[in-house]
Design a protein around this ligand. Structure first.
Ligand code: GLU
Length: 486
């Protein structure tokens, strides 16, 4: 296989017909982040051209294609905000149609029955291995008549690959790629039990669904040539191909489990990444618009072009994703964010009732989201708001009360109790003024207060904490500490 040329501008063919793309995942139990990116590129391309984005579930492997595995794909796509035109196509339901095409090819002389037994084929491969030849079906039944086979012997149907010449694909991402037709074998279309192979099913489905552009991982580039032989044998319209480089880990090796989670649901559920951030991150992994890092779905739809898809593998960097997530959190609507954080708080604090607590969470978001990078940090950091009294204290908080901490709290209590209205700004003015009068830094008061109000040594700004908790709860939490110590 040889490749040449830079990314070519999208050919006229890309825009003349109505664009139809498809995402065709094989269910594996989750939506792989690489698959998610492929789905996004197909979706963006179709939306950009006002075409159709279709979904096909390649569920022919019955052992893996459980309803749960299929649901995981739907849920992952849904989370990323990818919607599809028409109902999803289930490949397994189309086996009869696939077989029909195999027989059409047989009738037209573009395919043939092969009666070779598996022992025979194994012997053929052993010989090829010994002679260091490429392992390839040798066409032994290509020119034989079915009447030469024993009565009732099982057979497969194989496609007749071209005997010579070259095949070229003008790939929108890889450029022009050519293979020698001799590299292609007479592959199986229909197995001896009558079931279609992947190669047959994909081509028939793409044709029947009217797919004009096939955008998928470059691990399928070799398949494209073999599929093209079938498409030409059927005299079907040839799709435009765009094979996008796979995602690698941050060490440059192909992405695998040791690089971190592979399924999008782990980023959503375990890591607390929000949909917009995941979308933006995956988008930038392999597609770019200048050096813009932050691009929304709407902008991406407007700007997306295959010409801007990179030709080399991109590296998945979880740190960058988390940083981007932090940026998205800061821009999110507080009520929407609180709704995402509430179930996580409920997991951490079984007594938490989202119906009651989500309003307070929403009010806390403006200050809490300033530093958080994911939803878990937000949930964790918000727990102090919902603790029941006495709230208890961790060791670091206790150390903030060493020395004269309790006496300080008693003093602060009286200053705060006299302050009105109970807002962060008024409380800050009053306590700052008081600290100045006493010749102390604000920290002298803020740190013991933080310990008493949150039970922790880290929290949002102390005046925000006071306002969020409210007068009654704040004063009561301070009293809980001073009373015990007294
Ligand atoms: N089902 C194949 C996969 O998940 C994709 C087939 C295709 O895009 O042509 O790898």
């Amino acid at each position: 296989m040889s490749a040449s040329g830079e990314n070519q501008p999208e050919t006229a063919a890309s825009t003349d017909r109505q664009v139809v793309t498809r995402f065709a995942p094989s269910p594996t139990g989750y939506l792989h982040i690489g698959g998610a990116r492929t789905a996004m590129f197909n979706w963006l391309f179709a939306r950009h051209y006002g075409g159709k984005a279709l979904l096909r579930i390649e569920d022919t492997d019955k052992a893996r294609s459980t309803p749960e595995a299929i649901d995981a794909i739907f849920a992952g796509l849904d989370w990323l905000g990818l919607d599809w035109d028409d109902a999803p196509v289930f490949q397994s339901a189309r086996a009869e149609r696939h077989a029909e095409v195999a027989y059409q090819l047989l009738d037209a002389g573009n395919a043939y029955k092969c009666f070779a037994t598996s022992e025979e084929l194994e012997a053929m491969r052993a010989e090829q291995r010994e002679k260091k030849l490429p392992l390839r079906y040798d066409g032994r039944w290509r020119n034989r008549d079915a009447s030469e086979a024993p009565e009732g012997a099982p057979f497969v149907i194989r496609l007749k690959a071209p005997e010579g010449g070259k095949l070229t694909i003008a790939d929108e991402v890889q450029g022009s790629v050519t293979v020698d037709a001799r590299e292609l074998d007479d592959y199986v279309l229909l197995r001896s039990d009558g079931t279609p192979t992947y190669m047959l099913a994909v081509v028939v489905d793409d044709h029947d669904m009217g797919v004009t552009h096939i955008i998928r991982g470059d691990d399928h580039l070799n398949n494209a040539f073999r599929q093209l032989v079938l498409i030409r044998a059927m005299e079907w319209a040839e799709p435009v191909y765009a094979h996008i480089p796979l995602i690698h880990g941050n060490d440059g090796a192909k992405l695998s489990k040791r690089h971190g989670a592979l399924g999008v649901e782990a980023y959503r559920d375990d890591m607390g990444i929000v949909s917009d951030a995941m979308f933006n991150y995956l988008l930038r992994l392999g597609w770019g618009y200048g050096d813009r890092e932050k691009i929304s779905r709407a902008e991406a739809t407007e700007l997306f072009a295959l010409a801007n898809v990179g030709k080399s593998p991109s590296r998945f960097d979880a740190k960058k994703l988390v940083n981007l997530n932090g940026q998205y959190l800061r821009e999110m609507d507080d009520a929407a964010l609180a709704a995402l954080v509430a179930p996580r708080v409920a997991t951490l604090m079984p007594g938490f009732d989202p119906a009651v607590g989500t309003d307070l969470l929403a009010r806390a978001m403006p200050v809490m989201k300033l530093r958080a990078r994911d939803l878990n940090e937000l949930a964790d950091g918000a727990q102090f708001l919902f603790k029941s009294r006495p709230i208890g204290m961790d060791d670091k908080a206790k150390s903030l009360l060493e020395g004269d901490g309790i006496a300080v709290l008693q003093t602060v209590f009286s200053v705060l109790a006299e302050t009105a209205p109970w807002t962060a700004a008024t409380l800050e003015d009053r306590l700052t003024q008081f600290a100045e009068e006493q010749g102390h830094g604000l920290g002298t008061y803020a740190q013991p207060l933080r310990a008493a109000l949150t039970g922790q040594a880290r929290s949002p700004g102390i005046f925000d904490v006071l306002e969020l908790l409210g007068r009654e709860e704040s004063l009561a939490r301070i009293t809980d500490v001073t009373r015990v110590a007294a």
